[in-house]
Ligand binder design. Structure first.
Ligand code: SF4
Length: 260
């Protein structure tokens, strides 16, 4: 069954949905993200979770009764090139069966999005963390995914000072320092977070500011995760969802964008 998120869990979703449990293919390939991956910490406590990816049929066919945000495949890289195609397709069929639910996909391989027929109730995102192989991921996401989808970036964990391509695909500054979307449009949401590894250094607020300020210009909602320990509480959601002061994730009639 999906893992219901408590108040100290992932604040922007109601549940995590992992119908393909097992060791992430990206980790097995030796990707550098393995060093900060929370699954590695989980394996230390629950070594039985470390096994080849397989299908959990019960979870695969689980359907929520009411609208909710589901973080899909939070424990693996779903779009890894070595992932079994029939498993990927089965999961996408299940997402299409639940149009009242929102499935949030996050990948380090955004150029693989066009290989699938995504239902409209998916939010499609990518990670940019400061490791060299994610540097162009916003470009790849905006190029690969049509504007009709909700497209987002997760700057988590923020490992270094953000660079010029972290928000828009091309050098974004006009003569008056304004960020101007190009033909690929712009992001619809941004998440900022920190490395949760024990002893990891807190990223400076200044790094988050480098990202938040242009998002303000472009009216992109921003959610700064509690693990960043940023000086202000910023918990903005897209798609008409709101995180209340009590940490509840609720759907509103008016989209969050109108708060700007
Ligand atoms: S891709 Fe994600 S789940 Fe896989 S090793 Fe990297 S951080 Fe962990």
């Amino acid at each position: 069954m999906p893992n219901v998120q408590k108040k100290n869990g992932i604040e922007w979703c109601h549940v995590t949905w992992n119908p393909l449990p097992g060791e992430c293919l990206n980790a097995l390939a030796g990707s550098a993200c393995r060093k900060y991956c929370y699954m590695e910490r989980l394996y230390a406590s629950f070594p039985d979770l470390r096994h080849p990816i397989r299908v959990n049929e019960k979870e695969m066919h689980w359907s929520p009764q009411k609208p909710m945000i589901m973080f899909a495949f939070s424990r693996i890289e779903f779009l890894h090139p070595d992932m079994r195609r029939d498993w990927q397709e089965a999961a996408i069929v299940q997402m299409a069966k639940n149009p009242h639910a929102t499935y949030v996909i996050l990948t380090k391989f955004p150029w693989n999005y066009p290989n699938f027929d995504w239902p409209a109730n998916c939010w499609l995102g990518t990670t940019v963390d400061g490791l060299p192989h994610t540097a162009d991921n916003v470009y790849h996401l905006l190029k690969a995914v049509p504007e009709s989808y909700l497209r987002f970036v997760s700057w988590e964990p923020l490992l270094k000072e953000p660079g010029p391509f972290w928000i828009l695909p091309f050098p974004p500054l006009s003569s008056d320092n304004a960020y101007i979307p190009d033909q690929y449009g712009q992001l619809d949401w941004a998440i900022i977070g920190a490395n949760s590894n024990e002893g990891a250094a807190k990223p400076p607020d200044r790094w988050a500011d480098i990202l938040i300020n242009p998002c303000r210009q472009m009216k992109i909602p921003v959610l700064v995760k509690s693990n960043y320990r940023y000086s202000k509480r910023i918990k903005e959601m897209p798609g008409g969802w709101v995180i209340t002061d009590d940490g509840d994730l609720i759907q509103t009639v008016k989209p969050q964008m109108e708060l700007f």
